[in-house]
Design a binder for this molecule. Structure first.
Ligand code: CA
Length: 462
């Protein structure tokens, strides 16, 4: 009798422990980062031509952000902001990473080692952290992801990669894949290989809280798609657009594979998945469309910095649409606080925990003011007004509420507003540190010229 009672107690108490464990289990985090994906090139943002059923399903189950921004209109500084939760200008990472110019020390060409990453913070909270894919935050030893809070790395350190091949002694986009935990397998098609690695990471770490940074390079150049995927879009005449559509399709398939694996492992509900692009589409460079927004990658018109943005967290987040401005800088504090950590003023983050806002626990907006600075340009958004400062003309001022496609410059009619916004940008200039490195000077003219181009503001029909 006594034995039976003890046995019943044991079964009951162990069941209770498991239930308690499930109850308290910290959420997993996955950032799925697309590279140079246009705002208008996903189904949930109105794409007619390109189909993204798996990303759309994620959007439908989560919150779609109609005003989701990144902190820079190009890869490396945007990622520096994302990975720290600080506006990268505040630590001198204004520009894209290139080979150091003679006046700059190459030992500082990367994410300053004084900056704490989201992975550092989640490590302290008991998370295992992995990155699959593109890093682009410095190639010297001190900048490697495994020295910046990540336990596992499978990918490459530069800003892009050949999708079909690597060379043992290849340079730039042909470099071998590197990993700190396995001998990298030969690549087949890079987007699929990354999908394989992400699924494998989920399986191996399903029983512990994890953070996976799934850093895809699709649909960044080179424009390389599989024959099979190109067939799906054989009706698109423009060759670049056809390759782009096929590359986005393959990205979509691999997002679907990750969701499927999470469901299979029973951890989908407790996983915070974020999908967005590191900057806007570069227009004719890869065939992307930022409709209905004007501009493109490299400039501060909306098409350069407003990106497709979704957060899914079925356990605690109701599906819906959030139409106030948020930024990728918000992910660090949001994740840390969802994981049970605390961000204080001492952390000097520019992002805020957006979870209480999007779940209506508190009123107001996460950001009254947002600022950008990139090579020749600077921009500031205050509520619905946005100003862009350029070196060769009077400032541009748009009312995003009435003119989301930024067609009517209202600077002349609103001189007081222009003056006060310029003052804020100027104050930021003189209070931020010197830049750590510059881009090649040829990019300055190139970026300026991009403000005078016309962009596709409507969806293309099939
Ligand atoms: Ca990019």
């Amino acid at each position: 009798m006594k034995i039976r009672i003890s046995l019943i107690f044991l079964i009951w108490s162990s069941g209770w422990v498991i239930a308690q464990k499930n109850e308290e289990r910290k959420p997993n985090f996955i950032i799925i980062l697309a590279d140079d994906l246009g705002y208008g090139d996903v189904g949930f943002n109105g794409s007619i031509q390109i189909k993204t059923p798996h990303i759309d399903a994620l959007a439908k189950s989560g919150v779609v952000f109609t005003e989701g921004y990144v902190s820079a209109p190009v890869c490396a500084p945007s990622r520096a902001g994302l990975i720290t939760g600080r506006n990268q200008v505040n630590f001198g990472y204004d520009n894209n990473l290139t080979d150091a110019l003679p006046q700059f020390n190459p030992e500082y060409s990367g994410l300053p080692v004084t900056e704490k990453t989201i992975a550092d913070r989640l490590s302290e909270l008991g998370y295992v952290n992995g990155i699959v894919g593109k890093w682009h935050l410095g190639e010297k030893e001190q900048f490697h992801p495994t020295n910046r809070g990540f336990d596992e790395f499978w990918g490459y350190l530069g800003g892009g990669h050949n999708y079909f091949a690597t060379e043992p002694s290849g340079a730039k986009y042909d470099k071998p894949i590197i990993s700190n935990f396995k001998k990298p397998q030969p690549i087949t098609y890079l987007t699929d290989d990354k999908g394989d690695e992400c699924v494998d990471f989920i399986i191996r770490h399903k029983d512990e809280p994890f953070f996976l940074y799934a850093s895809f390079n699709a649909p960044h150049t080179p424009m390389q798609a599989t024959v099979e995927d190109l067939k799906l879009y054989s009706h698109i005449k423009d060759e670049k657009r056809r390759s782009y559509a096929a590359m986005v399709h393959r990205l979509d398939v691999n997002v679907g594979r990750m969701v499927e694996e999470l469901r299979k492992q029973g951890i989908y509900e407790n996983t915070v998945m974020v999908f967005f692009s590191d900057n806007g589409g570069p227009d004719t460079n890869n065939g992307s469309i930022n409709a209905p927004y004007n501009g493109r990658k490299g400039i501060l018109l909306e098409g350069g910095i407003r990106v497709p943005f979704v957060i899914s967290y079925p356990k605690k987040l109701k599906s819906g649409i959030y139409n106030k401005p948020i930024t990728a800088l918000d992910l660090t504090p949001t994740f840390v606080e969802l994981a049970g950590g605390k961000i204080t003023e001492k952390d000097k983050l520019d992002g805020v925990n957006i979870f209480p806002y999007i779940t209506n626990q508190i009123e107001g907006v996460p950001h009254e003011t947002m600022m950008w600075r990139f090579t020749i340009s600077a921009g500031i958004r205050k509520v619905n007004w946005k100003l862009i400062r350029l070196p060769d003309r009077m400032p541009l001022l748009f009312n995003l509420d009435k003119d989301p496609s930024e067609q009517n410059n209202l600077a002349r009619e609103n001189w007081d507003l222009v003056e006060s916004m310029l003052k804020e940008l100027g104050d930021w200039d003189v209070s931020s540190p010197h830049v750590l490195f510059l881009e090649g000077s040829r990019w300055r003219r190139n970026q300026l010229n991009l403000y005078d181009k016309e962009y596709q503001l409507e969806q293309l029909k099939n």
